[in-house]
Design a protein around this ligand. Structure first.
Ligand SMILES: NC(=O)c1ccc[n+]([C@@H]2O[C@H](COP(=O)([O-])OP(=O)(O)OC[C@H]3O[C@@H](n4cnc5c(N)ncnc54)[C@H](OP(=O)(O)O)[C@@H]3O)[C@@H](O)[C@H]2O)c1
Length: 397
C-alpha cells in the first residue's frame, strides 16, 4: 500500500505521518489519499512492489501483488458468454457510482442497473453523462429502508434479468450532524444505509447471482481508507472502532441503545468510518462463507480521494472549497470521478482481478494492488459477530 495521508482542517492544512496523527484534531473533515512515492514512508510496502505483475487493461494498468493472506486465487475463466453482463450499482445517480456506470456502459459489454433512491435524478444523471438508453435501467432502491431493499430485489427478479455483478457503492456521510438521524426501521442512518441496507441486499442477491451463467461473477462493496487505522487518514480522530458491537447488538436506535456501534456517544464522522469497517468486514465474511460454493469473487476497494463528489455535501462550505485543491496540489492523492469510475469498473470486469477476498487500491500510476486492511477491518472473529448481529437486525435470522 502506498503510504496513506492526510487530513484537512478548515483552520490549517496538515499532513500527518502514519501512527503520529495529532490526537487533538477532530475529524469533521478528513479523507486520506495515497501519497506520491517520494513521500512514502512505510517499509512493508516497498517490498511488495518488487513482485508486481503488470497487465495492460485499456488506460489502466493492473498490478497484482500478494499482500492479502487467506484469499483464493481463482483461475482466469475461459468460458464465454454471448450476452452482456448485468451489473447492479447502488447509488449510481452521482459521484463514483455514476462514473462507474458510464465506464461500464461504454464498454458495450455491460447493462447497468442503476439502483437509486431518486429515480428522476438518476435518469437525468445518466442522460447528462451520455449513457446510451440501451445500456442502463434505473430501478428504485432506498437503502435506508429494509422494506425498499426487499421490494427492489422482488422487482429485479420480476425483470428476469440474470444478475452477474453487484456493486454496493451508495453511502451517506454526515460529519457535521449534531444528533443522529434514523432509517425507516430506526437504525442510525450512516450504518443503517451504508452497512445494513447493503448487507441485506447482498445476502438476498447471493442466490440470484449463484444461478447466473456468467463467466466471472463479482460482488463488490466499496470500502474506504478512513475506516483503516493502519493508514494516516484512518488515524485522524474520531477513529473507526466497532468495540464489542454492543450498540449494534442492542439495535442502534438511540433510545434503547446508543446510536453508535460501539455504544459510545453519537459522532457522525465516526459513524461513517464505522460503517466502512462493516463494509470491509462483510466482504471478507462473504468470501469466507460463499466464495468456494458460489465461485463469486468478493472484493472491496479504496478508489482514491474523489474530493468533489456529493459525499461531502453535508460538510461545511470552507471544507468543500479547500478539500479538492488540498488533495490535488498538497497530497497529490486526488482522483477525478472519471478515473475512480474506471478503477471500480476494473474491479467489475478485469480478468486480472478475479482473486476473491481482496481489498484493492491503486498507486499514483493508477496501477492496482492488493492492499492490507487494518487489524480491526480484518478481524475474523469481529466479522463473524458482525454478520450474526446484522442478520438479526435485517430479519434474516
Ligand atoms: N469521495 C471519496 O473521496 C470517497 C473515498 C473513498 C470511498 N468512497 C466511497 O465511494 C462511494 C460513493 O461515494 P461518492 O463519493 O460517489 O458520493 P456521492 O456522490 O454522494 O454518491 C453517493 C450515492 O449514494 C446514494 N445514496 C445515499 N443514500 C442512499 C440511500 N438511502 N439509498 C440509495 N442510495 C443512496 C446517493 O444518492 P443521491 O444521488 O440520491 O443522493 C448517491 O448516488 C461510497 O461508498 C463512499 O464511501 C468515496
Amino acid at each position: 500500500m502506498a503510504l496513506q495521508a492526510t487530513s484537512i482542517l478548515p483552520s490549517a492544512l496538515c499532513i500527518h505521518k502514519e501512527g503520529r496523527s495529532n490526537a487533538s484534531l477532530k475529524d469533521t473533515s478528513l479523507f486520506g489519499v495515497a501519497l506520491p512515492s517520494n513521500l512514502r514512508g512505510d517499509s512493508w510496502n516497498s517490498q511488495t512492489w518488487k513482485k508486481e505483475k503488470v497487465v495492460a487493461v485499456g488506460p489502466i494498468r493492473a498490478q497484482t501483488v500478494s499482500t492479502t493472506p487467506n484469499t483464493t486465487q481463482a483461475a482466469p475463466k475461459e468460458k464465454k458468454t454471448l450476452r452482456k453482463g448485468n451489473v447492479v450499482i447502488t447509488g449510481a445517480s452521482s459521484g463514483l457510482g455514476l462514473a462507474t456506470a458510464k465506464a461500464l456502459a461504454e464498454t458495450g459489454k455491460w447493462h447497468v442497473i442503476m439502483a437509486c433512491r431518486d429515480f428522476l435524478k438518476a435518469e437525468r444523471a445518466a442522460k447528462k453523462v451520455g449513457i446510451s438508453k440501451a445500456n442502463y435501467t434505473v430501478m428504485h432502491l432506498d437503502l435506508a429502508s429494509l422494506e425498499s431493499v426487499r421490494q427492489f430485489v422482488d422487482n429485479l427478479r420480476r425483470s428476469e434479468k440474470p444478475i452477474d455483478c453487484l456493486v454496493c457503492n451508495a453511502a451517506v456521510y454526515l460529519p457535521t450532524a449534531k444528533e443522529p438521524t434514523y432509517t425507516a426501521e430506526g437504525f442510525e442512518l450512516s450504518v443503517g444505509t451504508n452497512h445494513l441496507g447493503h448487507f441485506l441486499l447482498s445476502r438476498l442477491l447471493l442466490d440470484d447471482m449463484k444461478q447466473s451463467d456468467f463467466p466471472s461473477k463479482r460482488m463488490i462493496i466499496v470500502g474506504s481508507i478512513t475506516g483503516n487505522t493502519n493508514t494516516l487518514a484512518g488515524n485522524v480522530p474520531p477513529k473507526a472502532n466497532l468495540g464489542d458491537l454492543r450498540g449494534l447488538a442492542a439495535g442502534l436506535d438511540g433510545v434503547n441503545s446508543s446510536a453508535m456501534i460501539d455504544g459510545g456517544e453519537f459522532d457522525g464522522a465516526k459513524a461513517y468510518k464505522d460503517s466502512k469497517v462493516c463494509n470491509m468486514l462483510t466482504m471478507q465474511e462473504l468470501h469466507r462463507r460463499y466464495h468456494e460454493e458460489t465461485e463469486i469473487t468478493f472484493a472491496s476497494l479504496y478508489p482514491g480521494c474523489i474530493a468533489e463528489t456529493g459525499l461531502f455535501r453535508n460538510h461545511i462550505a470552507l471544507f468543500r472549497t479547500l478539500f479538492p485543491p488540498f488533495q490535488k496540489y498538497i497530497t497529490k492523492g486526488y482522483v477525478s470521478e472519471e478515473e475512480a469510475g474506471k478503477r471500480l469498473a476494473q474491479v467489475v470486469f478485469d480478468p486480472s482481478l478475479t482473486k476473491s477476498g481482496v481489498y484493492w487500491s491503486w498507486n499514483k500510476n493508477s496501477a492496482s494492488f492488493e492492499n492490507q486492511l487494518s487489524k480491526e477491518a480484518s478481524d475474523t472473529e469481529k466479522a463473524r459477530k458482525l454478520w450474526e448481529v446484522s442478520e438479526k437486525l435485517v430479519g434474516l435470522a
